[in-house]
Ligand binder design. Structure first.
Ligand code: MG
Length: 399
């Protein structure tokens, strides 16, 4: 029997720092619905409008079984494509269709993707702190909870610059000093290795805050600390510099959370210039493109490390995990530490035990939403500060 899409609802909720966008696809089958993550926290109004005004009328009446066909048509229906906002919107529809397909099959989505390659997914956790001593304290606290992979930063992106001299009349902004950031981070990594040894896995996110040649130098300088990976050492606009880094050191490189367009990941993978792809799955258009990228990357020895901080909804985290469970080239999964409220609003969201993330074995994505509870946490409008990055002299740069 043909089951069609009856309606599309957009639910935006903010139980914590992030405005989460979740799509609910209702079907012609009573009681059958799917959930998908369309979260783009900084521009959530635009994603909601794209779904409600453009995609909702486009998908109503279509056969829920035809995920690939709907994805292809939705991506091309607006003619201009591969951009943020529309990719997120399509992702919400796409993931909800996979959820529905799993429910119809009576299987978790990882079964539809080929079944389990592993029983749980290694996660890494953030241990950022203002001082190197506090970074070590944070790692110890997380070790006690069973974690084994730690992202370490001095302060937020760009470090903590107490000695910075700004010009008279310096405007508002998130200031940082790239040279101080590099010195402090190398000092912190040396301290962490000295205190905690070589057995723990360390990761670090440059967040594209260096000039290309400083990025080459920095990747060489951190090589001695044997990171699990160095993330976003270059901005997407400067990806050609990865070749220079590759020629000069064996620091494992992770890249991709800002990517929107296949042209951004294809050359880095096929030229073997990175080691981990870490796209934000809703930002690339959903589960449908993510599973293809995972298969493509596998052919070149590149592993997955999907973006997964708190600006991914619990539905999106479940999608990350279903891919993690089923692809041979899984590397690591970024994880945040959800609050009880997250589990209350999104019953069934994945859980961590002893440093491994586990899905439940419910059909579909395995995550539901308590809409009444979600409505108690409406999204707040805000002007984002941390993306207003500036050099000490006030020059705006990438965040
Ligand atoms: Mg990052």
């Amino acid at each position: 029997m043909t089951i069609t899409i009856r309606d599309v609802k957009v639910i935006v909720t903010q139980p914590g720092k992030s405005q989460l966008v979740v799509v609910k696809l209702l079907t012609s089958e009573p009681g059958l619905y799917g959930l998908g993550c369309a979260t783009f926290k900084q521009r959530f109004h635009a994603v909601r409008a794209a779904i409600e005004h453009h995609l909702r009328p486009f998908v109503i009446g279509r056969n829920v079984h035809n995920i690939e066909q709907i994805w292809q048509l939705a991506m091309n229906n607006g003619y201009w494509r591969n951009g943020p906002i529309l990719n997120n919107a399509i992702s919400g529809i796409d993931q909800a269709l996979w959820d529905i397909k799993g429910k119809l099959a009576g299987m978790p989505v990882y079964q539809l993707l080929g079944g389990k390659v592993r029983e749980g997914a290694h996660v890494y956790i953030h241990c950022d702190a203002p001082t190197k001593e506090q970074v070590v304290e944070n790692i110890r606290a997380r070790q006690a909870e069973g974690y084994r992979y730690f992202r370490v930063q001095i302060g937020i992106y760009g470090g903590v610059s107490s000695q910075m001299v700004k010009p008279h009349g310096a405007p508002h902004g998130a200031y940082f000093d790239p040279k101080a950031y590099m010195r402090d981070t190398l000092d912190m990594l040396a301290h962490v290795r000295a205190e905690l040894g070589d057995e723990i896995e360390l990761l670090h996110d440059v967040h594209e805050r260096l000039t290309p040649i400083d990025a080459v130098q920095f990747a060489k300088d951190v090589e001695q600390f044997k990171l699990f990976f160095l993330e976003d050492v270059l901005p997407p606009e400067q990806h050609a510099w990865f070749a220079n880094i590759r020629q000069q050191c064996a620091t494992p490189l992770a890249m991709g959370e800002l990517f929107n367009n296949p042209h951004e990941w294809q050359p880095l993978i096929s030229n073997r210039q990175i080691d981990f792809v870490r796209m934000h799955i809703s930002q690339m258009g959903g589960l449908t493109p993510a599973r293809k990228v995972a298969a493509f990357a596998d052919m070149f020895g590149v592993r997955t490390a999907w973006h997964g901080p708190s600006d991914t909804s619990p539905v999106g985290h479940a999608v990350n995990l279903h891919v993690d469970m089923s692809v041979p080239n899984f590397g690591i999964q970024e994880w945040y530490r959800p609050k009880q409220l997250d589990y209350d609003i999104f019953p069934g969201m994945p859980t961590v035990r002893n440093g491994y993330l586990y899905p439940n074995d419910q059909p579909g994505l395995g995550v539901d939403i308590d809409e009444a509870l979600a409505a108690n946490y409406p999204p707040q409008d805000e002007v984002i500060d941390w993306t207003q990055a500036r050099l000490p002299d006030g020059t705006p740069v990438r965040p």
